[in-house]
Design a protein around this ligand. Structure first.
Ligand code: FES
Ligand code: FE2
Length: 452
């Protein structure tokens, strides 16, 4: 390989053999890795409730092979998959009244790892009391099952997010498997440019048709360096559509109205999608999420709760692998753009620009966090509240265009609406949402009065 000449015409030869630059510090999530240890500070979704039947469920999570089950007394378990006796997979085990019994020689393991029974061992044997099988705490919440894989004495609070408190909210859980590193998938959500092109201009409309309007964009850090958001503000005739997307380390994210038509004024609606990206291992990951359905979020009724579940979600074609190749090529979606980057991203070949500011912000935050340079607040409730406030929202404001400086006006509306959401001091819940809406309305009136 000769000298690298990246700007030479027809110079593919010079870059064809460049070594890949995998950013191992960010991408490796197995036990003992820096990112893996950081990820183990959090609760993560591991399956849908509907997947726990009378049979055990084999899963892989953060590079660990596990088996999940609901025993016959209704308790949930997450155990190391291979039996502590001689290694048979407990996915072939027998769900019991209490715990899970290995099919090979009948050893019985409780949900906390206690060995309850070792049939055939002499009565005086202390073997079963001499160790515990690997086990993790599990928590079920509204159709998703979460597990915590960190040290028992560091188990965090189970977070309840404000989006769960939206009135008339119909929650539909779903999950999607991806054959790529989890960071590919997570950082995509801080990329507002792809919304305009992938989901609108370069394809048949996959979400709201108004997403093809090139927005004014602002990126902001939140949550003491453990979160970020972007605000897109679009001019749509006499209206300005402000859309704010909020993410929290490591894999949490919320999106607002997915099918906003931008055809009627509204001041504040919250999240239509609460989602987590979780590593299976370094080359595969899962998306788990809730779709939120309500009249306020989707007044035209485009959403389909019945189309949410395992390997299916109701918005945008191209969220899963289950399509014909030709259809994937003709109308690619998030699945195609993410998985086609390869199982491990090669950050060394990227050429990030301004539109990638959010992606770079997220990577920087994650690197700081896994190095211990910033600590998430996992153990005390935010402001003493029962639920955690998040900052995803949509506003559609009637602000007619002005001949000069309209882009600045549009951007200011988005910036100030976001300021209002970030500054709200009420505890999460409908009164807070209403108060935010009133403040955004007042802000709009002030913007209008300034023009007269
Ligand atoms: S290998 Fe599981 S009981 Fe023997
Ligand atoms: Fe997307």
């Amino acid at each position: 390989m000769g000298e690298v000449a990246p700007s030479q015409e027809y110079g593919g030869y010079f870059s064809a053999g460049l070594p890949k630059k995998h950013d191992d510090e960010l991408l490796e999530t197995g036990p003992g890795t820096a990112a893996g240890e950081y990820l183990r500070k959090f609760w993560h979704p591991v399956c849908l409730s509907s997947e726990l039947t009378d049979l055990p469920l084999a899963v892989r999570h953060l590079g660990e092979d596990l088996v999940l089950f609901r025993d016959k007394s209704g308790r949930l378990g997450a155990l190391h998959r291979h039996c502590s006796h001689r290694g048979t997979s407990l996915e072939y085990g027998i769900v019991s009244e209490r715990g899970l019994r290995c099919c090979y020689h009948g050893w019985l393991f409780d949900v906390d790892g206690a060995v309850l029974d070792t049939p055939g061992e002499p009565p005086e044997s202390r073997l079963k009391d001499s160790f515990r099988h690997g086990a993790y705490p599990v928590r079920e919440y509204r159709g998703l099952v979460f597990a915590y894989l960190g040290p028992p004495d560091r188990k965090p609070r189970f977070p309840i997010y404000d989006a769960y408190l939206q009135p008339d909210d119909d929650l539909a859980p779903y999950s999607i498997w991806h054959s790529c590193n989890w960071l590919h998938v997570q950082e995509n959500i801080m990329d507002p440019a792809h919304i305009v092109f992938l989901h609108s201009r370069n394809n048949q409309y996959q979400l709201s048709p108004r997403m093809d309007v090139m927005p004014e964009v602002e990126f902001r850090e939140t949550d003491n360096g453990h979160g970020c958001l972007y605000v897109t503000s679009r001019r749509i005739d006499d209206l300005v559509w402000v859309r704010c997307i909020h993410a929290l380390l490591p894999g949490f994210f919320q999106a607002g109205a997915l099918f906003e038509q931008g055809d009627a004024e509204k001041f504040y609606t919250g999240s239509a999608l609460t989602r987590w990206t979780v590593p299976i291992d370094d080359n595969h990951c899962m998306i788990f999420g809730y779709r939120h359905f309500s009249e306020a979020l989707d007044p035209h009724g485009f959403g389909k709760p019945e189309e949410c579940g395992k390997e299916i979600v109701d918005f945008a074609p191209g969220q899963t692998m289950h399509r014909d190749y030709e259809e994937m090529q003709r109308n690619p979606g998030d699945w195609e753009v993410l998985v086609s980057q390869g199982p491990l991203p090669d950050h060394g070949r990227e050429h990030p620009g301004w539109t990638d500011t959010g992606v770079m912000m997220m990577r920087r935050q994650f690197r700081r966090a896994l190095r211990g340079e910033s600590e998430p607040d996992l153990h005390s409730p935010q402001n003493g509240w029962d639920a955690r406030a998040t900052y995803t929202f949509d506003s559609v404001l009637r602000i007619p265009p002005r001949n000069e400086g309209d882009n600045a006006l549009v951007a200011e509306a988005g910036h100030r609406a976001t300021d209002i959401v970030l500054a709200a001091e009420e505890p999460p819940g409908p009164p807070r949402d209403q108060a935010i809406g009133e403040r955004i309305r007042a802000m709009k009136e002030e913007l209008l009065s300034r023009r007269e």
